[in-house]
Write a protein that binds this ligand. Sequence first.
Ligand code: ZN
Length: 408
Amino acid sequence: MPGSSTSSLDRIRSDQLGRLRAGLPAVLRSNRFWRQRLHDVMGWDDFERLPLTTKADLMADQQAHPPFGTNLTHPGDRYVRVHQTSGSSGARPLRWLDDAESWSWWRRVWADHVYRSADVTPADRVFLAFSFGPFIGFWSAFGGAEELGALAISGGAMTTEQRIRTIAEVGATVLCCTPTYALRMVEVGREIGVDVPGSPLRVAIHAGEPGASIPSTRAAIEAGLGVRCFDHTGMTELGPTGVSCSQRDGVHLIESEFIFEEVDGELIATNLGRWGSPLIRYRTGDRVELRREPCSCGSPFVKVVGGLRGRLDDMFTVRGVNLYPSQVEDIVRRHPEVVEFMIEHRRLRHMDEVTLLVETTDGQSPLERLRSDLRQALGARINCREVPAGTLPRAELKAQRLRRIADQ
Ligand SMILES: [Zn+2]
């Protein structure tokens, strides 16, 4: 009903403005990073005149004011946790401090939104297949499971085989990991003869890569592990921003905890619960298509159609066709004999040349079919080349599937 969705949007907007206006005065008073940039906000007009901020701004601030930068609303001794970004794009990691209040916000958003949308309850046993290094995602997923009252099981410092055996032995019902790692678990589970699909495992929550919103990747994980997959989006600097729903066509953004905007196709976010180190109108670098229509799952929140399928800096061009790695992945994952892949983009004398490097299972060569499937689905010619097993990089956090090689 259009009437009811309009009034729920009005309610969302007025709650957002209320939270922003309650949190902003302390930031304006004592946060050195924001004090110069922001002005007081009475209404949405004021909000829209606030400047956009980039990750480069935060990096520059942290470099000029090591080790934590100046985005700190409180005195240093109020902060209780430090995490850092994965530095996956080769950049220096960005450090991020949370005070106790911000950390309980993280845990609550996970419990009330991410786990709840994925139908996880206090009766569940949540296994986290991560190393538990300084990256915030592991700890927030763990803390959120505790907050919910589920059993939280750390999979740190274990081999893939040990993780699979632990999942089966303790009767884990929920798995959190990257989509790429889930596919690795499918492979290893088969090798060691553990029947994961026959175990109590029933839900998988994936982040770090868009895989759980890519139909072929999701289907491979769901069949291989006997689970229902959910896609979760979030950033160290911002917090847990979204989760997919039963409709399976995108990710709802958590508008009760953030303000989201779309500016020139890019997702801009403001968090409303992390006032110790807030972000206001932050450019996420994610290209999105937002849709606000009533969803059959009942969520009033805006949806990112198809999930976060491409970062603006991951786009590449083949003879005038703009592509994102996720589009290539969707085709590649329809070929189960491909174990790992990477897209190599070269620019030679102003010509784009793209080669797909693949590792395959023994004696199976899908190259011909891959080449023609890619051409048909994407309208672009992509060369395919097989590389020896184990030569492509394996990432725990975010698989980098695009390698750019500059003009020589
Ligand atoms: Zn929905």
